[in-house]
Design a protein around this ligand. Structure first.
Ligand code: OTU
Length: 635
């Protein structure tokens, strides 16, 4: 007998599922929905192929698949007609998030506005700023007081009581949508908190729930895994496992109260799919896929970025195409750039953080040398069609120096010593440093260290050094002009400084990232319209960038082309538009810098600097940029 192709197998499996669904009233209803059925037809093969590959060794594989499709069908039926209309609408404009009107903001609900009601009251401000995308940091039920800033989730269907209710979240999603703002929430896929119902049952010894996590009776297997895994939060515990009171061990990559889910068990996949679709129906537009790199474990590997992770993400993505088609994924893989790009695909994560550009922007500010950033834009910027970078200056997390050592060595920089220099520079242990950062997870065993701090404090505003405002604006000018979705950590636009009060809170003092998660800076916001103040100067500068971005067609999409300035302190890149191109130049030096006219001979005579509105003839005299000046030149 000849072998059956995946298509044939999928067709047969689908016939079986349909037959099973027809046995119940709700199953018949699901199959009656023409739209759903059409999308199931289109995407079932993806789900089937991956499911069979990952779980085919089990004899309940097909029945798990029946349940999964039933969950999808029910979820679609419960989806608000308003959301279903958006699903339809975005089908006809699939690259809507590539527009130059897109602008992201991110904040903690409690720290920025007390609660969900407070966030709703800030919508007019979000509109003033021009946001079209709002990422609310994790707001789900979590252990108190230790919860890793909400990344230890105890229930994906309940909001932390002091923040509000699920109904308020649903209402907020609607209000944001009316204001033209998409809602972004985290999908903390890799782990749950130890207080999640599944974890508690597992701790009680229930075999079914124990199998949802990586639990082991003794240290034999954990120790074998730890030969090749990396310590992620060494300040909290050594290795990748923690011990339970009953003596067993459970995988815990991050904090000891965050237990890694076991995706080699199809029940976990199915359970998390249901949680994802539940949240999608609240009105989430983008899921931020947290810590995706760690989702699959395999003995004798580092258990990061394994091929199975991509299969899982693709299967989850296909489920969204079937049951919540307008929902998109943003990958949070803060890893080596060779791996970051592997998550970016129309069928996997349509958006991704751009940690390389973020880190190298700071690297260039410290070294006053744009070579590494320039190389990254030239070599690593252009990604799969229809996919977008989320370009940011800093996040709620630390800054890790995730550049490629090979790339660095081409420019004469040795990775380990360069990282050492950067760490010293950003925690003000280097002569002449302007930065006031704080070390995070400083690991003397490996020499690994990362940097916490707000944009303003890292750029020199806290140490009251010259050029701090210029550095902040220079960094944001890059995020605003390199395409995709620029993301502002809210508070940065008024120059918010480090907050050291975390040192007085026992639940926070051991995690320096809290230094860059300050409370809403009331006084600074009050000064934002007064350009004689520091917050006012920064706000005006950022607003100007936003205005220009939204009115400059060339800045839509994501494609960038390098531009060799011949001066290592000046970064150059071009954003080609339909009829004209914008050439961006950024001077990282503390002194004026020059680009000779020979670099511009291939350009037309007249150029307009969009920032100043001045016409410039680059071929006549070349160009001089002031310290930290940037230009967006249309030609
Ligand atoms: C993410 O970050 C979140 O952004 C953090 O706030 C969480 O603590 C963590 O996951 C656990 O949920 O190690 O220091 O990509 O760099 O996922 C940040 C790999 C982190 C990690 C990243 C993780």
């Amino acid at each position: 007998m000849s072998s059956l192709s995946v298509e044939q197998q999928a067709r047969a499996a689908k016939a079986y599922i349909i037959q099973e669904l027809k046995k119940s009233e709700d199953g018949i209803q699901i199959l009656d929905d023409k739209d759903f059925y059409a999308r199931l037809d289109l995407h079932f093969i993806t789900v089937f192929a991956i499911f069979a590959e990952l779980y085919g060794y089990r004899n309940d594989c097909l029945d798990q698949l029946v349940d999964l499709i039933r969950v999808c069908g029910k979820s679609w039926q419960q989806r608000d007609p308003v959301l279903q209309r958006i699903d339809k609408q975005r089908e006809s404009e699939p690259e809507w998030y590539m527009s130059n009107h897109m602008l992201g903001g991110v904040c903690y609900v409690d720290r920025y506005a007390n609660n969900l009601a407070g966030i709703k009251q800030r919508i007019p401000y979000f509109q003033e700023l021009g946001l079209t995308y709002l990422h609310l940091m994790p707001l789900f039920l979590s252990p108190q007081p230790l919860n890793d800033g909400g990344y230890a989730v105890s229930s994906y269907r309940d909001i932390q009581p002091n923040l509000g209710t699920i109904e308020e979240l649903r209402d907020l999603a609607t209000e944001l949508r009316k204001a033209g703002i998409s809602l972004v929430l985290d999908l903390v896929f890799n782990h749950t908190s130890n207080e999640h119902r599944w974890a508690q049952k597992a701790a009680e010894g229930c075999p079914e729930h124990s199998a949802m996590y990586w639990t082991f009776p003794d240290r034999t297997v954990p120790s074998a895994f730890e030969i090749t895994t990396r310590e992620i939060f060494p300040d909290d515990h050594a290795g990748s496992f923690i011990q339970l009171p009953d003596g067993r061990f459970v995988w815990s990559t991050f904090y000891h109260f965050q237990w890694d889910l076991n995706y080699s068990n199809p029940a976990v996949f199915r359970a998390m799919a249901a949680e994802m679709l539940y949240l999608a129906n609240i009105g989430v537009d983008f899921f931020r896929m947290d810590a995706v790199a760690f989702m699959w474990k395999q003995m004798n590997t580092d258990c990061e970025n394994l091929p199975e992770v991509h299969k899982l993400l693709r299967a989850f993505n296909a489920l969204c195409r079937i049951a919540a088609p307008s929902v998109l994924f943003k990958s949070e893989a803060i890893v080596h750039p060779d791996f970051v790009v592997q998550y970016i695909d129309r069928d996997e994560c349509q958006l991704s953080y751009n940690p390389l550009q973020m880190a190298l922007t700071w690297e260039a500010l410290a070294t006053r040398d744009a070579s590494m950033l320039s190389q990254a834009i030239e070599r690593r910027h252009n990604i799969a069609r229809g996919c977008a970078w989320v370009n940011y200056v800093r996040s709620h997390d630390d800054i890790g120096w995730t550049f490629s050592d090979e790339d660095a060595s081409e420019l004469g920089k040795e990775g380990t010593s360069h990282r050492k220099f950067l760490n010293a520079f950003f925690v003000n242990r280097y002569p002449g440093s302007f930065a006031r950062g704080v070390p995070f997870q400083d690991n003397p065993k490996t020499g690994d260290c990362r940097i916490s701090g707000t944009t303003a404090s890292l750029a020199g505003l806290e140490s009251m050094q010259d050029h701090a405002i210029e550095r902040i604006l220079l960094a944001y000018s890059i995020a605003m002009s390199t395409g995709g979705v620029p993301l502002i950590y809210l508070g940065d636009e008024v120059g918010q400084l480090n907050d050291y009060s975390y040192l007085n809170d026992p639940a926070k003092m051991d995690d320096s990232r809290w230094v860059n998660r300050p409370y809403y800076p009331e006084a600074r916001y009050a000064e934002r319209h007064d350009e004689t103040t520091i917050p006012g100067k920064i706000y005006a500068g950022i607003k100007h960038l936003i205005h220009l971005r939204k009115t400059t067609e060339e800045l839509a999409g994501g494609r960038a082309v390098g531009f060799y300035t011949g001066n290592p302190t000046i970064l150059g890149y071009q954003r080609p538009g339909p009829g004209s191109t914008v050439l961006c130049l950024c001077n990282f030096s503390d002194e004026p810098q020059w680009i000779g006219k020979e670099r511009f001979m291939a350009m037309p005579q007249a150029c307009e600097d969009l920032l100043s509105g001045h016409k410039i003839d680059l071929r006549e005299s070349g160009i001089q940029l002031r310290a930290h000046q940037f230009m967006w030149l249309r030609h």
